[in-house]
Design a protein around this ligand. Structure first.
Ligand SMILES: NC(=O)C1=CN([C@@H]2O[C@H](COP(=O)(O)OP(=O)(O)OC[C@H]3O[C@@H](n4cnc5c(N)ncnc54)[C@H](O)[C@@H]3O)[C@@H](O)[C@H]2O)C=CC1
Ligand SMILES: CC(=O)C(=O)O
Length: 370
């Protein structure tokens, strides 16, 4: 199969979908890889390294996108929709529940849209999201701590406090991968950490992991309001796979946060869980102020630490991409039920229920199409 690796064009997106080691793996299996010039530079991989690994370097995005399968990191931006064609296999993060225009473009062009974030194992975990959630969760507490500094718009709190001065309060809503990693770093900084989740089993697991070093709280509007009110730093980390994120933190709750508090809504890629998070921000202009509270809503947080993130991402994506390349997408997803869950669009239909629900579009069962 011919595989294209475009250069990412989102703001400060320095990750790349394949490393030179991945090129070697595909070449050994008899495939051809076309890497757009300078696609790997942000992650520390030069065109020379890709060439040595056996890739062809392409000079334009158009040529890169004309291959049978395109592997990317972030969802395509509008200027990339023109490259879509019928039957193209697109393997990348898609986040379609928050992307009505992209969903329409994939359907109109009959693209085989396979989303990293909905590939799902039998235990419910999301193997192609996990490493980036680990990165974003760890970053969320680091970033929140920075924006609590006075010069960055925050209330001037050191999360760990000092002897004789109280520690800062961090609330993490959603105790999955992002939430757990955010909690680890916040605890490491010395903060007083509360994790809110809807699942009693997950709260039990968190209690087993962290013991009495954190507070666990059941998710309901009253508890969330209480936790938000006393938070110096609030981190949004809820996910309902494939679906638009529920708005669990209302504008009224945000108004109750003291001036200079900070919100990092990591779930922004699925629309965000905070009502006042009404826009996606970028690494260039990461925050805005609403009701005196610093809001951070960057949808590609791991793009800021591309070396770690590219290696973490490709560790998990390449084995699945290899199945698609070796067998063709139909046999690959018929043989692998986990990968099958990744198909969000096929033959001009939405084939993932939560995405169809998010946009009130007809849902087509994959069994009718494959
Ligand atoms: N902004 C960025 O750069 C990045 C964003 N993300 C996003 O972060 C979000 C979280 O991802 P993961 O932690 O991997 O998901 P996860 O599936 O591991 O965890 C989600 C947690 O939310 C909990 N939850 C569901 N409904 C809830 C409710 N009503 N109240 C409280 N908790 C609830 C679940 O029980 C689960 O523990 C996703 O939207 C993901 O795409 C991930 C990586 C990078
Ligand atoms: C998961 C995601 O949105 C990211 O890594 O950018």
């Amino acid at each position: 199969m011919k595989i294209g690796i475009p250069r990412e064009i989102k703001n400060n997106e320095n990750r790349v979908a394949l490393t030179p080691a991945g090129v070697v793996a595909f070449k050994s299996a008899g495939h051809e890889v076309f890497v757009e010039t300078e696609a790997g530079l942000g992650s520390g991989f030069t065109d020379e390294q890709y060439k040595e690994a056996g890739a062809t370097i392409t000079s334009t995005a158009k040529e890169t996108w004309s291959q049978e399968m395109v592997m990317k990191v972030k969802e395509p931006l509008p200027e990339e929709y023109d490259y879509f064609y019928e039957g193209l296999i697109l393997f990348t993060y898609l986040h379609l529940a928050a992307e009505p225009e992209l969903t329409k473009a994939l359907i109109d062009n009959k693209v085989v849209g396979i989303a990293y974030e909905t590939v799902q194992l039998d235990n419910g975990s999301l193997p192609l999201l996990t490493p980036m959630s680990e990165v974003a969760g760890r970053m969320a507490s680091q970033i929140g701590a920075q924006f609590l500094e006075k010069s960055r718009g925050g209330k001037g709190i050191l999360l760990g406090g000092i002897p004789g001065v109280a520690r800062g309060n961090v609330t993490v809503i959603g105790g999955g991968v992002v939430g757990t990693n955010a909690a680890k770093i916040a605890m490491g900084l010395g903060a007083d950490v509360t994790i809110v989740d809807l699942s009693p089993e997950r709260l039990r697991e968190l209690d087993d992991i962290f013991g009495t070093s954190i507070n666990t709280v059941m998710s309901n509007p009253l508890n969330i309001h209480e936790a938000v009110k006393k938070s110096d730093l609030l981190i949004g980390a809820v996910l309902i796979p494939g679906a638009k994120a529920p708005k669990l933190v209302t504008e009224e709750m945000v108004k109750d946060m003291p001036e200079g508090s900070v919100i990092v809504d990591v779930a922004i890629d699925q629309g965000g869980i905070v009502e006042t998070v009404d826009r996606i921000t970028t690494h260039d202009a990461p925050t805005y102020d609403k009701h005196g509270v610093v809001h951070y809503a960057v949808a590609n947080m791991p793009g800021a630490v591309p070396r770690t993130s590219t290696l973490g991402l490709t560790n998990v994506t390449v084995p699945y991409a290899m199945q698609l390349a070796n067998k063709g997408y139909k046999k690959a997803v018929n043989d692998n039920a986990h990968l099958r869950k990744g198909i969000n669009t096929l033959d001009g239909y939405v084939t993932y229920q939560a995405v169809a629900d998010a946009h009130q579009l007809d849902f087509k069962d994959l069994n009718e199409l494959l």
